[in-house]
Design a protein around this ligand. Structure first.
Ligand code: HQG
Length: 177
């Protein structure tokens, strides 16, 4: 992705996950925005159909999806929308990358969703490492997803491969050394 695509992807994340009202846009209850309306209302950041499509295709994490003239973010929302995800059985182990400074609190309270709608988990250590790096010195936590699933915890898999759940209790967490 070149810089223009990156900037546009960040802007779309802001509008479609967190603050549609920033440009006076309304998302429907499932998080979709009309692309025409998005283009029209985004006056400061200039968007075109072509640019949006290029971001959707080239985004390194496949953060967005287009359908029937509408666009939405695949995951990562802080606003309350229903992604209509179906519960699925997770792999036995999932990973969560975070920063060492959060560890003490996490090992007391478990993983909680903070400002987002879900706790985000990764299927491999590489991805978890990238996620954790955003916050500081990385630490990788192993999540006993098999045990959680057996105990009735619900997991979802976003369109772009991120595992989502409501919370992860400390009893299912282990620091990966
Ligand atoms: C931490 C990116 C203290 C948690 C990524 C994390 C992901 C706690 C931070 C997506 C805690 C929240 C989400 C507790 C959790 N005490 N800290 N009890 N429980 N935390 O950004 O998972 O690039 O909201 O460990 O790829 O880092 O935006 O979540 O460090 O998929 O598309 O609180 O964002 O995707 O941070 O990342 P975030 P995340 P995009």
């Amino acid at each position: 992705m070149n810089n223009k695509l990156k900037t546009t992807s960040k802007f779309l994340s802001l509008i479609l996950r967190h603050q549609p009202e920033k440009i006076g846009l309304e998302l429907d209850s499932n998080g979709w925005a009309e692309i025409n309306e998005l283009i029209e209302k985004s006056t400061k950041v200039k968007l075109t159909q072509e640019l949006i499509e290029e971001v959707v295709v080239k985004d390194n994490k496949q953060r967005f999806i287009i359908k029937d003239g509408k666009i939405r973010a695949n995951q990562g929302h802080s606003i309350n929308i229903d992604l209509e995800l179906e519960a699925v059985e997770p792999p036995d182990i999932l990973y969560h990358g975070t920063a060492t400074r959060f560890l003490e609190s996490i090992m007391k309270e478990g993983l909680t969703k903070q400002s987002r709608q879900h706790v985000h988990l990764s299927k491999d250590i590489e991805t978890a490492t990238m996620v954790g790096k955003r916050h500081g010195k990385v630490v990788i936590l192993e999540v006993d997803a098999k045990k959680m699933f057996e105990e009735g915890y619900v997991f979802y898999l976003s369109e772009n491969g991120v595992w989502l759940t409501d919370r992860v209790g400390v009893e299912f967490l282990r620091e990966k050394l």
